[in-house]
Write a protein that binds this ligand. Structure first.
Ligand code: ARG
Ligand code: GLU
Length: 704
């Protein structure tokens, strides 16, 4: 009763909402400013436990995985956890019809069975430093790009001199701030284990971006280092990496309201976009891209249903295309439901009114005005660019093979003169082998036919002297790029004459006719537009900080290390609907019983469920599978550790609920929830489901 009165008092008098969800992705080196608030919400750690330069801290257990996801160390032998969908490319690459790790899972029984992954990296942050003053030193304005670039080069070089570290400096808040990030990148990362798709991808596209959720979205890797424990290229001599810090496992009961913190590498948020741009996204850009992907996905799905080989070939590609596609559908719906455009207009009114109150603030109103007027024409440039990206990078796949020849075509006289041609051709052959391993010409043909029609329509172009149907027939029955044998024989007999032959190849000619104007006109126009927008965004965002110092400010995600905190919490996303905060193994079986193939299980799961064989991993008589938290996350946070009040690992972040997919533009604390796979389910799958208890034994389970 008392609590209720207090809450009502807050709501009535202070206008505060009784919610604890925190908007914002915080820079770890500045976390001390939030220590008190985090402690008030239940955290037992100090700021220095979370981030420290001089001592080891939780930061040292957090890695950027493969450039796009997050992963964390859980043992003193370099054992690394990330999501199943983050390791999917590797899992798929190691899979074949004989070793179908997608279908059956994989568990290395010992170190010797762990599989190398050329090209895969894991990167940790050594330190973060605010270098704004040094980057802007000697500039005439925050837009003085030549001086800024020269300063950045100098500071980076000084930061890593005499070390094996790397470093980068990134702009924050559209170039109002700059931070230096010194990093250490490991390059021998081995594949240790994965559950089958029926666990790691349980729910498939049906459940993607949706709560309630039951996906065991995890996979296991290990970092190896040289004898000196420093990064080294793959070698049999390498040893498991001995970390500075690894995460103990939170093995206690949980309940709604528990403190949670997410530590990882969120990719991109766009909280500051102006109203006209948001309107463009909602009404034009997203719907077009969604429609283009409707077609490629239909072609891929048809192929995957028709044969096991095609299913394996296209599984990773399908997941990648479908993931953004479904998020965009949710985004548009959410932004429309929340009247995001009107909210922006209201905010812009408030912004302009404030700017009118002091003469020196008039530049802020002018920047906002300029941005909205720039959008009126500029979004057409951005539209052309987006349509081109969908066609050239996500569309017909043979385009990739054409682009792979760029270097050869530009440099073959030199390669011939230097006797390097053989090596170059051998490399191209290896790339082509990888390409054709996962290529089905009928699937690609249908994608080409449908997307070329859409591309012509959206970019207001037409074909001369042929139809899309005729062109498709010609390319897919004759071009060297759509058939493995034809491409092989082209490479093996390559000579100066081959270049002439290429000019007659329909696939080559079509690609270049369309791609050249895109590369030479549309891409540069888009870059210029972005540069111009960023220049005004810098002033507009500076105005937000200057004129509204009491608003909560945080820099948009930019793939740098961030912290966000909240609590284990359900939600009421729409009127009359409540989501509880966790799901259990019973729910997996209930979904299986619907008969939807996305909920297929292997018999072992049903047996273990019937026997209620939950081992030490149950809470009461339930096995928790997933839970939601009120933590502000985005793409790139996949695989991020969700930590409890002591900094112990509660689970792996892997998604957001349907109603939160718009949070990259607009965070709503009432509905935005991140989705987490409970670490106790992860360990149950390793130990009891898969018989890989030796991995659980490497970890430190904290029972209190
Ligand atoms: N939506 C999550 C993220 O953006 C998970 C994607 C993987 N799962 C899937 N069914 N495709 O990446
Ligand atoms: N699944 C996303 C990823 O790959 C994280 C979910 C999100 O976008 O919030 O990073």
């Amino acid at each position: 009763m008392k609590m209720r009165l207090l809450v009502l008092f807050c709501v009535a008098i202070l206008g505060l909402k009784p919610v604890l969800a925190e908007e914002g992705m915080l820079i770890p080196s500045l976390i001390a400013a939030f220590e008190n608030d985090m402690k008030a919400k239940g955290m037992k750690l100090s700021a220095a436990d979370i981030y420290s330069v001089n001592n080891t801290s939780i930061k040292d257990a957090i890695f950027q995985f493969g450039g796009g996801c997050t992963a964390e160390l859980v043992s003193d032998k370099g054992l690394l956890l990330t999501n199943h969908h983050c390791g999917y490319g590797q899992i798929q690459a190691h899979s074949s019809l004989e070793h179908d790790y997608l279908k059956n899972g994989f568990w290395a029984k010992n170190l010797a069975e762990e599989l190398p992954n050329p090209g895969l990296t894991a990167m940790r942050i050594v330190r973060i430093e605010d270098v704004t003053a040094a980057v802007l030193a000697g500039t005439s304005s925050k837009d003085d790009r030549a001086v800024i670039a020269a300063n950045i080069k100098k500071i980076v070089a000084a930061a890593i001199a005499g070390t094996h570290y790397g470093a980068e400096i990134k702009p924050f808040n559209y170039g109002n701030d700059y931070y230096l990030m010194v990093n250490e990148t490991f390059t021998d990362i081995r594949f240790v284990g994965t559950p089958p798709n029926s666990i790691g991808k349980f729910g498939g596209d049906t459940d993607n971006w949706v709560w309630p959720r039951h996906t065991g979205d995890f996979s296991v890797f290990r970092i190896y280092a040289g004898k000196d424990n420093k990064p080294a290229e793959f070698s049999n001599e390498n040893q498991p990496y001995k970390p500075l810090h690894y995460l103990p496992i939170s093995f206690q009961d949980r309940k709604e309201g528990d403190f949670t913190m997410v530590y990882g590498f969120p990719g991109l948020t766009e909280q500051h976009v102006v109203s006209e741009y948001l309107k463009f996204i909602i009404e034009k850009e997203r719907p077009t891209r969604i429609e283009m992907r409707n077609h490629s996905l239909a072609a891929i799905d048809e192929g995957m249903k028709s044969s096991d080989l095609t299913r394996i070939q296209y599984s990773a590609k399908q997941a990648r295309i479908a993931n953004a596609w479904k998020k965009w559908i949710g985004q548009v719906e959410g932004l429309e439901n929340l009247n995001a455009y009107e909210l922006k207009l209201n905010y812009e009114k408030r912004y302009k009114a404030m700017a009118a109150s002091k003469p020196e603030w008039s530049k802020y109103a002018a920047a906002l005005e300029k941005l909205n007027s720039l959008m009126l024409q500029g979004t057409q440039t951005e539209y052309n660019y987006a349509v081109g990206v969908e066609y050239f990078s996500v569309g017909p796949e043979y385009f990739k093979l054409v682009r792979g020849l760029d270097d050869l075509l530009a440099n073959y006289p030199k390669y011939m003169a230097n006797n390097q041609l053989k090596d170059v051709l051998a490399k191209l052959q290896t790339t082509a082998d990888g390409f054709f391993k996962n290529y089905n010409t009928n699937v690609d043909r249908r994608i080409f036919l449908e997307l070329t029609n859409l591309y012509l329509n959206y970019s207001q172009q037409s074909l001369k002297g042929t139809t899309v149907e005729q062109l498709t027939e010609e390319i897919y029955s004759q071009s060297i790029f759509t058939n493995e044998e034809r491409f092989k024989s082209f490479l093996s007999s390559f000579s100066a004459k081959s270049v002439k032959k290429l000019q007659k190849d329909a696939g080559f000619v079509h690609f270049n006719q369309f791609f050249n104007p895109f590369r030479n006109e549309i891409v540069p126009a888009f870059r210029d537009f972005q540069t111009e927008v960023n220049k005004w965004m810098q002033i507009y965002v500076e105005g937000k900080y200057t004129m509204f110092p009491d608003d909560k400010h945080w820099p948009d995600a930019n793939s740098t290390l961030r912290i966000t905190y909240g609590q284990l919490e359900g939600s009421a996303p729409t009127d009359g609907m409540r989501y509880t905060e966790h799901t259990t193994l019973d729910g997996i079986v209930a979904k299986y019983n619907t008969g939807n193939p996305d909920f297929e299980l292997l018999p072992r799961m049903l047996d273990l469920h019937t026997a209620k064989n939950y081992g030490q991993y149950a809470q009461g008589d339930e096995l928790w599978v997933c839970f939601t938290g009120s933590n502000h996350t985005t793409g790139g946070n996949s695989g991020s550790p969700v930590l409890d009040k002591n900094g112990y690992l509660m689970g792996l972040n892997f998604d957001r609920s349907w109603e939160s997919t718009m949070s990259d533009y607009l965070f709503d604390p009432n509905r935005c929830r991140n989705i987490v796979v409970d670490i106790r389910y992860v360990l149950w799958v390793m130990d009891i489901y898969s018989g890989a208890k030796h991995l659980v034994d490497e970890m430190t389970l904290m029972k209190e």
